[in-house]
Design a protein around this ligand. Structure first.
Ligand code: SF4
Length: 474
């Protein structure tokens, strides 16, 4: 085995997105997901090391000397961080010219040729589902024999055949072993989970075909493949053993609730362990299932409402009805399941009127917390092609984050400027959070629990700093 470094490279201050996050920007509040995608091949390569630079506040100067201790480096990249990640790759190569260096992540999976041409420091790209591709590279197999690999050979770029999609998800070893070996649980914090938390996947892929959503259209696919419930429960038990202070498990599947028997079986297992957990959900979960989940420790759902406009939901092929979202939300409120609602401003069909409609809808749904994003027009998505075909991308650039790491959008429409879309995010946050009802709810949370108070005060300060930074950018 080659001595292997898995690196989520340093980029913007507070940038959360090179690895585990779906939302590739600095968040309104300090927020870091686990680098689960990178931890997975790290779990397959014995004696490797995973370095997650952003949450550990490591700089390029900190990681550069590490190159001398390894034979192979695997960097997780993303569209917004790609240019910075290439610079890190070049610095690593300067420190150790013999280092074999590869990139993984959806950005390079959909553009392997362009990515490899960007810098001679990148020796290979492991496309799409890259776990076993990287394992075989680390075993020192000849590049020509490794499925799913694009690499340099005699001045040319060679693309090997696709790797077969992984069917038996139980073949994937526990990422929790890598978390324990290389990460500090206290470095990871997200607004929607209790602190400290642990997250991992019980399956990959999403059946839905939302046009803006990156992962199912690139690395994960549209078939939901799941680990066996016992495999999941065994990993939760391991998490409890390694991290006795953990307050919540976040099961990070794109849409865990899409496989009802799977999620109910897992829930019952979690219930027996007495753990608190949360997950992503679509709004089509039947009441009876919600009840089973709640009775077995479910605390919070992260729900992609996206918009309150039925026309926009149709435009982006969300496969969801606003009326169903209302019913689902009412059911969750009735059962005491809290919701972190996620919304996107500026999807195709957006107008000033639909923005107002969505803000009103969000207030009516009144999720416990919410997140408002701009459309991230990633290469590899239907939305990207649609935007290119219709001339919606400003200067045809791919800017997704500003120099300060905050989200920006390159999309705009003849009737709605990119500035209108940018400003709508702040309006949305202000109108949702600065309501007497919401302020009272937050205060009540704080009074009930002193730890919540400390956290909410810090988040509140960060939130207002975030609004200030956006004002500077505008
Ligand atoms: S349901 Fe969620 S994860 Fe699935 S494609 Fe739509 S946005 Fe993506």
């Amino acid at each position: 085995m080659l001595k292997t470094l898995f690196l989520n490279p340093p980029s913007f201050e507070g940038f959360d997105g090179g690895a585990g996050s779906r939302y590739q920007a600095r968040r309104e509040i300090r927020s870091f997901w686990y680098p689960t995608w990178l931890a997975q091949p790290a779990a397959l390569v014995p004696d490797s090391k995973l370095v997650d630079a952003p949450p550990a506040d490591l700089t390029v100067d900190d990681v550069a000397p590490m190159a001398r201790d390894y034979e192979l480096a695997v960097l997780h990249t993303s569209t917004p961080s790609f240019a910075a990640d290439v610079k890190v790759a070049e610095i690593l190569k300067d420190n150790n010219p013999k280092l074999k260096l590869g990139f993984v992540g959806s950005h390079v999976a959909v553009q392997p040729e362009i990515s490899l041409k960007r810098s001679p420091a990148i020796d290979f790209v492991a496309r799409n589902e890259f776990d076993f591709t990287i394992k075989e590279v680390a075993e020192g197999r000849p590049m020509a024999e490794i499925d799913g690999l694009s690499y340099r050979q005699n001045g040319n770029i060679v693309h090997n055949r696709e790797r077969a999609i992984l069917e038996n998800m139980d073949e994937l070893p526990f990422v929790t072993e890598v978390y324990k070996r290389d990460l500090k649980m206290e470095d990871y914090i997200i607004g929607e989970a209790l602190y400290p938390y642990i997250s991992f996947y019980t399956g990959r892929g999403c059946r839905s075909k939302c046009t803006f959503c990156l992962w199912p259209q690139t690395v994960g696919g549209h078939r939901y493949r799941t680990r066996s419930p016992q495999h999941v429960i065994d990993e939760v038990k391991l998490g409890l053993k390694y991290f006795p202070g953990v307050k919540e498990f976040f099961l990070e599947d794109d849409t865990l609730t899409d496989a009802i028997p799977h999620v109910e079986t897992i829930a019952r297992g979690l219930g027996e362990l007495g753990v608190t957990w949360s997950c992503n959900a679509k709004v089509n979960v039947p009441f009876e299932t919600l009840k089973v989940l709640k009775e077995n420790g479910l605390r919070n759902f992260t729900v992609g409402y996206e918009t309150g406009s039925q026309q926009i939901l149709n435009n982006v092929k969300k496969g969801m009805k606003v009326s169903r979202a209302r019913q689902f939300t009412e059911d969750c409120h009735k059962l005491g399941i809290t919701i972190h609602g996620t919304f996107i401003v500026g999807l195709p069909g957006e107008t000033k009127e639909t923005i107002a409609e969505t803000i009103a809808f969000a207030k009516e749904m009144n999720p416990h917390t919410l997140q408002v994003s701009l459309p991230a027009v990633y290469p590899g998505t239907f939305l990207y092609n649609q935007a290119m075909d219709n001339g919606w991308l400003r200067d045809h650039d791919e800017e997704l984050v500003a120099q300060n790491g905050l989200q920006v959008t390159s999309i705009e429409y003849p009737h709605l400027s990119h500035q209108d879309i940018f400003e709508a995010v702040e309006t949305f946050y202000r109108q949702f959070y600065l309501r007497p009802r919401k302020i009272a709810e937050i205060m009540l949370d704080m009074v009930r629990d002193r730890r919540v108070m400390a956290r909410r005060l810090r988040e509140g300060m960060e939130f207002f700093r975030f609004l200030g930074a956006r004002a500077d950018r505008a």
